[in-house]
Design a protein around this ligand. Sequence first.
Ligand SMILES: Cc1ncc(C[n+]2csc(CCOP(=O)(O)OP(=O)(O)O)c2C)c(N)n1
Length: 268
Amino acid sequence: MENFQIYREDRWPHMFCPGCGIGTVMSCFQRAFLNKGLDLDRTAFVSGIGCSSRLAGYVYADSLHTTHGRALAFATGLKLAQKDLEVVVFTGDGDLGSIGGNHFIQACRRNMDLFVVCVNNNNYGMTGGQVSSTTWHDYLTTTTPKGNPEYPFDLSRVAATSGANYVARYTTAHPKQLVRVIEEGLGKKGLRFIEAWAACPTYYGRYNKMASPVEHTRWLKENSIHIEQMKVDGKTAEDDIDLQVTGKVTIGVLRDADRMSYLEAIQR
Ligand SMILES: Cc1ncc(C[n+]2csc(CCOP(=O)(O)OP(=O)(O)O)c2C)c(N)n1
């Protein structure tokens, strides 16, 4: 990163492995935040536990590093107490979709006024690369040495069908697009969910024959398909879900709705 305008340089060096996709997400978030001209004093950051959840502690702003899976519950309380703050949640697939799964669904259902960035690296990175609820079927992790017998959650689809106003997904191989959707989401009300599908070369990559950051990032790119392309190809929503399970993940803006947010509903 050329500069650390929103991050605490005094906390460097950071704890991420070489080639970790979280660095790209940090960089994209900073660019979007600065492009938008937002104020760190009017923004609070909340996270759970995990490598991705360390992000909140690196931002030069007030932040809460909470318990595993509970970031959205803390963030909801904070937003209700400080309605003028933009509350940003940094989380991971383990934190949000696995241990915190129910909080995730309920926050989306409420359309709570939160901005959520989930770094989905398909495993529990911090604790050594265990299987998570987004690990792909048959993929190897430290706890599924014969391949994952389960199927993954599609976090963005869960958010969209649970009621979040804005849902967008890109991979860390799509930094420009990530900046654009973060910028777009930061200006909206209700629950805004950005899924950054990211490389974890140290664990998920190493166990699945893509140990280098370049190989892992290429895998992300090759296994994603833009939602607009799906339409051109005449694919339906069902094909989409099937593709997600069998190989390709849809990227793009998956939902952009204008449903009344939780705060709007209680302030009428
Ligand atoms: C209640 C509880 N259970 C388990 C843990 C151990 N733990 C710490 S981080 C983590 C996984 C985090 O995974 P994810 O959210 O995907 O983040 P990543 O490290 O991959 O970025 C786990 C299981 C914990 N801290 N607290």
